[in-house]
Design a protein around this ligand. Structure first.
Ligand code: CUA
Length: 177
């Protein structure tokens, strides 16, 4: 194999790699402009600076609320370095809406063993709808690096059997049973 052959071959392969990079960059830029890429699942804005002062995410409104029409909404604030509340109760086998917001930096939640997995970006409300099939305590660690206490940041989703779920509307906490 001549030196010239090797040189041409290397040039061809680097050209190919550059072309692939250019295509990927173009896709990212074009989709960001044309499709208005936002955090996944929900485009709802909230002011992270006043989260705790008024509106949906004030402390007394956090946790699980069963509405009159039987819809179940869990509201959680993800903050350095805890979830508020630490534990949220939900019923098994019923649709649940989880809404989350962050006042400081980007966090993320994954509920181990379920399909709940989202980032929580300051300025946006992250919303996930799901049904928890099996009762039990599910670990919910933060999965976006958010600072020195990241590894200590985790919560629990307590899935209660429907027989233990309170029959009246209102707030439900993890000690409901
Ligand atoms: Cu919050 Cu990592």
């Amino acid at each position: 194999m001549s030196d010239e052959y090797i040189r041409r071959s290397e040039l061809r392969w680097s050209g190919l790699a550059l072309a692939a990079l250019a295509v990927m960059l173009a896709i990212i830029i074009l989709s960001a402009i044309a499709l208005a890429i936002h955090p996944p699942s929900n485009i709802e804005m909230v002011d992270p600076a006043t989260l705790h002062l008024s509106g949906e995410f004030i402390e007394s409104n956090l946790g699980t609320t069963a509405a009159d029409d039987d819809t179940i909404t869990v509201r959680i604030v993800a903050t350095q370095f805890a979830f508020v509340p630490r534990c949220a109760a939900v019923p098994a086998g019923k649709p649940v809406t989880i809404r989350m917001a962050a006042p400081d930096v980007v966090h993320g939640i994954i509920v181990i063993g379920t399909n709940v997995n989202t980032m929580v970006v300051p300025g946006f409300i992250s919303q996930v709808r799901t049904v928890f099939a099996q009762p039990g305590d599910y670990l919910m660690p933060c999965h976006e690096y958010c600072g020195l206490g990241h590894s200590e940041m985790w919560g629990t989703i307590r899935v209660l059997p429907q027989t233990e779920w309170p029959q009246r509307p209102g707030k439900v906490d993890c000690d409901a049973r």
